[in-house]
Design a protein around this ligand. Structure first.
Ligand code: ZN
Length: 388
């Protein structure tokens, strides 16, 4: 078996992910010497990140002492910022939610008032969990728009007026810790992967008002050169009869302008259906209303043509559908499946699984927590923490 890194951060990760549970297993996994492993494990125990539990099975000699990750060595704040509401949670270092609170907001009020509300909720949720700002090790924030990940600044977000280039991490000055900001779809994708040690390639596709995709490569979020990877809502889709549909981005015939939640409502109104919201279109379709079923299924087929191309290009293990429209819409999923399996190459489609998220309402918070935890427990960060 190939040996893996034996840096303190890597050792911590091996224990956290369940790959090793004792010093002996860490030696076997990494190929490092027993002395090196013992010294680094002692450092991690000294930093309160690892703890010693009971004794495990032995194959001879003294039974090994079990090592455990101390997930209560601190907490993280997880912020799931939406267009009309915000949820703030505090979790331990294994993304276990300790307390959570939500509140309606209007993202268009701009960063000042919205982030002041987030600050208030964060203080409340910490108090609810019996924790203080000094316990917070990192903050994770998901926002409904494109973000330059390295700086935590939104970049021309179409549905967040006033937020362009605003330094969101600055709103968390009362916490002496790093702040990670990413777009909501990447964050939800992390939440879908959970704390497991998966190395799968996964597409997490959110269909709500807009359409976006979190790209998971070997278990990790792939952001691309500038952080805009997975922005599939603005991929061009050819239309029959040369119809052109203008998108809010200024281009014509973008996927979300043709098949997103807003498009669904527009087409339903044009067809004379008695609805005032996308949700009502979905409900009609789920009750078997013929024209509504056809509209929703058609949206699914259109989304499916783009996903089929992505499947041919990326060959994922799984596609997970999430977001308000995807969650509610069985005819949507049927349309997506129909097209993806018909249009993908057989080898890529053979064992491809297309499912709907199990816990879509929590994945934004859990994902934001995981983003913060992975940042805090990053190898370089551990190295620096131990050097102090
Ligand atoms: Zn567009």
């Amino acid at each position: 078996m190939a040996h893996t890194s034996a840096s303190p951060g890597a050792l911590l990760r091996h224990v956290r992910k369940g790959r090793a549970r004792s010093r002996a297993e860490l030696v076997a996994l990494t190929g490092a010497s027993r002395n090196t492993i013992s010294a680094r494990v002692d450092q991690l125990i000294g930093a309160n990140l690892l703890e010693e539990g009971g004794r495990g099975w032995s194959t001879g000699g003294r039974p090994p002492t079990i090592l455990r990750f101390n997930s209560r060595a601190g907490c993280v704040l997880a912020v799931d910022l939406g267009v009309t509401s915000v949820d703030v949670a505090v979790t331990d270092l294994s993304a276990q939610v300790l307390a959570t609170v939500g509140h309606p907001i209007d993202i268009a009020d701009g960063p000042g008032p919205v982030l002041a509300e987030v600050d208030r909720l964060a203080q409340k949720v910490l108090a609810d969990a019996g924790l203080t700002p000094a316990d917070v090790r990192a903050v994770g924030v998901g926002v409904p728009g494109p973000v330059e990940f390295s700086t935590g600044r939104p970049s021309h977000p179409p549905i967040m007026p006033g937020w362009h280039d605003h330094p969101i991490p600055g709103a968390f000055g009362r916490y002496d810790c790093p702040v990670y900001v990413d777009n909501d779809v990447n964050v939800m994708a992390l939440g879908e992967m959970g704390v497991t040690d998966s190395t799968d390639d996964v597409l997490v596709v959110k269909v709500g008002t807009g359409i976006g995709c979190g790209v998971i490569v070997e278990g990790r979020v792939y952001r691309g050169a500038q952080g805009s990877a997975g922005d599939i809502g603005h991929i061009y889709v050819a239309q029959p009869d040369d119809r052109t549909v203008l998108c809010r981005c200024g281009n014509e015939n973008c996927l979300e302008a043709i098949a997103g939640g807003g498009a669904l409502l527009r087409d339903a109104l044009a067809a004379g259906l008695p609805v005032t919201s996308t949700r009502q279109v979905i409900e009609l379709a789920n009750h078997g209303d013929g024209p509504a079923v056809e509209l929703v299924r058609n949206s699914g087929r259109t989304i499916g043509t783009v996903l089929a191309a992505l499947v041919n290009f990326f060959n994922p293990h799984r596609i997970v559908m999430t977001g308000g429209v995807a969650q509610a819409g069985l005819p949507l999923l049927a349309g997506i499946r129909e097209t993806v399996y018909r249009r993908s190459m057989p080898l890529a489609a053979r064992s491809l699984e297309i499912s709907v998220s199990d816990a879509p309402e929590m994945s934004g918070r859990v994902g934001a927590a995981l983003m913060a935890i992975e940042g805090y427990l990053d190898e370089d960060a551990i190295h620096q923490a131990l050097a102090r």
